[in-house]
Write a protein that binds this ligand. Structure first.
Ligand SMILES: Cc1cc2nc3c(=O)[nH]c(=O)nc-3n(C[C@H](O)[C@H](O)[C@H](O)COP(=O)(O)O)c2cc1C
Length: 139
């Protein structure tokens, strides 16, 4: 049964966010995500963001509109936008980690399309890489 939608995008920061700006962004994002049943993770570093977020399709549409409206970044590119049967990051309203340019490059150039339309099929290679990247940090 398909009940969830997952989006992964990359974007460029409009300026180097201070620690206080990043904290304010996360506070705002986590509050909204919790209210709408959204989970996911955010990578940032060297002027770039990569974010994965997931939840009920209506909530994902609403949150993506919020994210797109933010003046803190621009040039959003959607890498993945798919129906999914399960959450990839169920424990995080928005986990966050710094990521080097090379790590972001490796992740963003991976394949993000599922080879099958079946939402319960194996996650795309990009998502598998992202999950491994996150699991390594969590230890
Ligand atoms: C990289 C990035 C990630 C964001 N992630 C989320 C999110 O997960 N959930 C959410 O509701 N808003 C998210 N936002 C939106 C912010 O929480 C906040 O609404 C926005 O940065 C305020 O934009 P403004 O400074 O242009 O008013 C994100 C914004 C940026 C730049």
């Amino acid at each position: 049964m398909t009940t969830l939608r997952t989006i992964v995008y990359v974007s460029s920061a409009t300026h180097k966010l201070s620690e206080a700006e990043m904290e304010a962004l996360l506070l705002d994002a986590r509050e909204a995500n919790q209210r709408h049943g959204i989970t996911g993770i955010l990578l940032y570093g060297e002027g770039n963001f990569m974010q994965c977020f997931e939840g009920p399709p209506d909530a994902v549409a609403l949150i993506y509109a919020r994210i797109r409206a933010s003046r803190q970044h621009h040039d959003l590119i959607t890498l993945m936008d798919e129906a999914s049967a399960e959450r990839y990051f169920p424990d995080w309203y928005m986990g966050v980690t710094p990521a080097s340019h090379s790590a972001q490059l490796e992740l963003s150039s991976a394949q993000w399309q599922r080879l099958s339309r079946d939402a319960s099929a194996t996650a795309p290679p990009g998502m598998q890489l992202l999950q491994r990247f996150w699991q390594k940090l969590a230890r």
